[in-house]
Ligand binder design. Structure first.
Ligand SMILES: [Zn+2]
Ligand SMILES: [Zn+2]
Length: 235
């Protein structure tokens, strides 16, 4: 109730404005209908890791990489391609205190999941940042995405149980093989998660190595199924 009231007050003071063209937002989103239509969607992708695949095969194909070596997670939802302007929104979310971007991107991911989600998880876990990066940035962008999704789907959120134990260079600047090495042993889970099915929340999945490594660690404490919910996937 209070949340709803605060939300209406927020929209009176800051009416939704398209973050891409500055026009009026639609349906309470900070995005106009025209810019929404133009967003690059990940329509044809691997049914495990969401890697964009050529052609119009939809989501019935498994990519070669997942066939050879199944990732640590079971399924990845990533409705957009990490291309402009989605890449720019994610960049602003991470590097320009973009909490408005978080609200929009969580909304877009939530809209997609409303129709795509067949088997809802019973816990959400944002992919943690290393404490040194958290200090530098001041917030974890994955947690900012996870909060509205937790409210939307009524699924609890835990963000104090998983820790990143090694500071890692930015994934985007590394080759795939280096990325896998880079995240190995990078996470720790403490305490009980009390969940059977978890979704890890991230802004962008680059190779899937980070999510795969965290999923393995989460499964070691008794979770049976781990999905990944990300805004975008790199082509
Ligand atoms: Zn617009
Ligand atoms: Zn795949």
């Amino acid at each position: 109730m209070i949340y709803k009231w605060l939300k209406s007050a927020q929209y009176l003071i800051y009416p939704p404005t398209c973050l891409l063209c500055g026009g009026p937002g639609e349906h309470g989103r900070d995005l106009c209908a025209g810019c929404l239509r133009e967003l690059p969607r990940n329509l044809s992708c691997c049914n495990v890791c969401a890697l964009p695949l050529p052609g119009e095969s939809g989501t019935s194909t498994t990519c070669g990489s997942c066939l050879r070596h199944h990732p640590g997670f079971d399924l990845c939802h990533a409705p957009f391609l990490y291309l402009p302007p989605v890449g720019r929104l994610i960049g602003d979310l991470k590097f320009n205190s973009g909490l408005t971007q978080a609200r929009l991107l969580a909304r877009l991911l939530g809209d997609f999941l409303e129709t795509a989600l067949e088997n809802p998880p019973d816990l959400l876990i944002p992919v943690p940042l290393h404490p040194s990066r958290l200090r530098e940035r001041g917030y974890n962008q994955s947690l900012e995405l996870a909060r509205p999704l937790s409210r939307q789907f009524g699924i609890p959120l835990k963000y104090n149980h998983c820790t990143r134990i090694r500071a890692t260079p930015h994934q985007l600047s590394l080759k795939k093989q280096d990325r896998t090495r880079n995240v190995r042993g990078g996470f720790r889970v403490s305490g009980q998660l009390d969940a059977r099915h978890v979704a890890l929340i991230d802004d962008v999945v680059t190779t899937g190595a980070t999510a795969s490594e965290l999923a393995k660690v989460v499964k070691k404490v008794g979770v049976e199924r781990v999905d990944v919910w990300a805004v975008a996937r790199t082509p």
